[in-house]
Design a protein around this ligand. Structure first.
Ligand code: DPN
Ligand code: ZN
Length: 291
């Protein structure tokens, strides 16, 4: 081999090695779910607090505060590039809405669904219950868009109306979904009360042990304690479980301001919101197979 050919071979080898090492590094990076600052979800919760304050302190079904909350979720997702569906229903003589957004990548026959109720009770702004879950799910959806994530499965996100009146919005959604569409939902994950500021131990719904284990992996990796909880029919996962869809969810647990006037932005904290949001994102990344 000539000196020139030998030099060329060495150069080609170095170049190829560098390329493949870069590819491995990039693949590894993309395997990791994002590390989302708690401040991102706090910013959304602050918006919901402002909406309550501007609407008589309230975001309950049938109030202007609920309509404004749905507008906020819808416009934020639209700006991020989601095609958003606003599903209208009537309950107790008042209009209500579910907001649904789907990330248009991945197998449409395998849907991984994350959801939270967007309404509050009449007493107070409803920030832990459930501006917190609404914000965590919103931020997870925005993270998917920011990363231009390429999941194997479909990711769908839902914000439910009139949960506090008896799971009205989520029940309306699942009831009106053709059974062939219901059959495509592989998992539904619920986020209700995930921000209470003093939380040190998260509750994981035990309904599906496999799904619950995914949440536990996140908390274990952060050295955070968890416990199994069974809230049976008390939140929107029940509207999915009713049709045999595997469900799980997380909750930050005990809350002295539950359903009362002090459930304001002061009731939730950035640390707790950060972990709840990253637990949601971890589950979304793992279950939808984002490479
Ligand atoms: N957040 C409660 C409600 O919407 O009324 C339900 C709930 C109870 C959720 C306990 C989580 C844990
Ligand atoms: Zn709730």
């Amino acid at each position: 081999m000539s000196m020139f050919k030998r030099l060329l071979l060495v150069l080609v080898t170095i170049t190829l090695t560098t390329f493949s090492m870069t590819a491995v590094a990039q693949a590894d990076q993309r395997l990791a779910p994002p590390d989302i600052p708690g401040a991102n979800s706090m910013a959304h919760a602050n918006q919901l607090q402002s909406i309550a304050t501007a609407n008589g302190g309230n975001r309950a079904h049938g109030t202007s505060g609920y309509r404004a909350s749905a507008d906020f979720i819808q416009s934020t997702l639209s700006r991020a590039g989601f095609t958003v569906t606003r599903q209208q229903f009537t309950y107790n003589g008042a209009l209500g809405w579910n907001v649904i957004a789907e990330w248009p990548v991945g197998n449409p026959n395998d849907v991984v669904f994350l959801g939270a109720h967007l309404d509050g009770v009449r007493a107070g702004a409803g920030i832990n219950d459930n501006g917190s879950g609404s914000s965590a799910v919103l931020e997870t959806a925005l993270a998917v868009a920011r990363d231009n994530a390429q999941p194997t499965k479909r990711l769908r996100f839902g914000w439910w109306g009139a949960e506090e009146n008896g799971l009205i919005g989520s029940a309306y959604y699942t009831r009106n979904l053709p059974s062939s569409e219901r059959a495509k939902i592989d998992a539904y994950l619920n986020f209700d009360m995930v921000g209470q500021r003093d939380t040190t131990r998260w509750g994981i719904y035990v309904d599906s042990p496999t799904l619950g284990a995914t949440f536990k992996q996140y908390f274990d990796s952060k050295g955070i304690a968890t416990r199994s909880i069974d809230i049976s029919g008390r939140s929107d996962h029940a509207s999915f479980a009713r049709y045999g869809i595997p469900v799980s969810g997380i909750s930050s647990g005990s809350d002295p301001c539950y359903h009362s006037r002090c459930d304001t932005i002061a009731n939730i904290g950035e640390r707790v919101m950060g972990h709840s949001t990253n637990a949601a994102a971890y589950a979304a990344w793992r279950l939808a197979g984002i490479p």
